[in-house]
Ligand binder design. Sequence first.
Ligand code: ADP
Length: 466
Amino acid sequence: MRPRTTSDPRDGFLRSLGAGSAIVAPLVIEGRVEHAITLHFNQPNAFDEIDALLLRSVASHVALALANVQVYDLERLRRTRAESLERVVRMLRDTRTTEEVVLVFAVTVSHEVKVACAIYEIDRTAATRRAVRTLEPARRGMPARVDASYLLPKLERGELTLSSKLPETERKRLFGTNSGAIVPLRSDGNVWGFVLFMDSPGAFDWEDVERRVYLRTLASHLELALSAAIGFERIQQLARALSESNEFKDDLLAMLAHDFKGPLTVIAGYCELLLESSPPALHEELETIYSQTQRLVRLADDAVALAQTQAGGFSLDRSVLDLREVVGESVKARNRAADRIRFEAPAQPVPVSLDPGRFNHVLDNLLMNALKYSDGEVLVRVSRGEENASIAVTDRGIGIPSEELGQVFTRFGRASNARRKGVSGSGVGLYVSRKIVEVHGGSISVASAEGRGSTFTISLPISDSL
Ligand code: ADP
């Protein structure tokens, strides 16, 4: 733009200067006249073409310098904003619960970005303020609870809403006499609430695109931290519910097992007495009652052991015993009912440290399974190695499908062929047996072929001496 030279005494501008002549060069920054440089003199016609040219050149230099200052200021502002954002994000990183997230966000944003802010959670159409930080002096707006039905469609569309775009009643309710913006917050794909940024009128240019992008970025970090906290709280809730239901189940199991076992043992005792004293015609029925009662006693035993293993392990009452004798006793007890078990053991003692009560439970499980899942002879062999002793129980029964071998030691794990053939069972015995063997410092494994039989092997550390 060319400078304007004037010496016309009717020129209002000249008169206001009280000068005889003047020359005015506009300062144009980004296409807009922002300032002007004026030279004036008390005599008329003091300036010529050359002065105009010179002033024009000076004016373009000054305009350039001013533009540079603006760019520099903008850069500095951006850098400060970026640093503030970084600090907000850093503070959010240390939060865990939603309570902490919203509070830390409100406090750091008001401190770092110098805008008041309130975070609202929405339940249906009502928005409840979860955290707020006002700037001094205290302002109205940012109510504790507000009807958000008007805002909902905007929030659902993910729109940032400027206070200036709200109807007056809504604006007053949310922002008082101040200005600001509302940014939606989502969690799990749904609207969780919104964050309201607010400042005193004129402090910020809320229409500024960069500022809006900045507020959105802040809100996205808040969203991220909120989602993580909501996830964390849900997991905690689930874990609590799970542990409560587990405790309840363990208590129930232990109580059932104890209260069942007493009466069942009495029934089994009377059955034995009746079997000895009653006429043979009744024996078949009595045998059935007896064996079924025994099964229930067994189930109750498993249930007690299961409850104990679930309730955080159990203690062992150990002593060093000869494994040949421990296993031999169990075999003898089983053979009393059906003489199908052959027992082999080395000539020398096999000292192991074990809790006989608990270990008998394991042996009984293996022997009863071998008898239950096969018809023929069962071989039980105790052997002694350098560091370990082992017990192998082999039968030539139904076996276990190879792909299901892993699951028979899991809780309630049963092989498909046992189910298919209708052999009764609970899938608890081997699980409990594995736990008991493991607390003894040993291991249990199985080798099996479907239709050909199975060998269950327990390995235990050898003890120094008996
Ligand atoms: P249960 O026999 O009461 O079902 P267990 O925990 O003792 O429970 O055994 C788990 C599963 O392992 C059984 O259901 C059965 O499928 C399989 N199993 C155990 N012992 C044998 C065996 N000797 N022969 C074939 N399958 C067996």
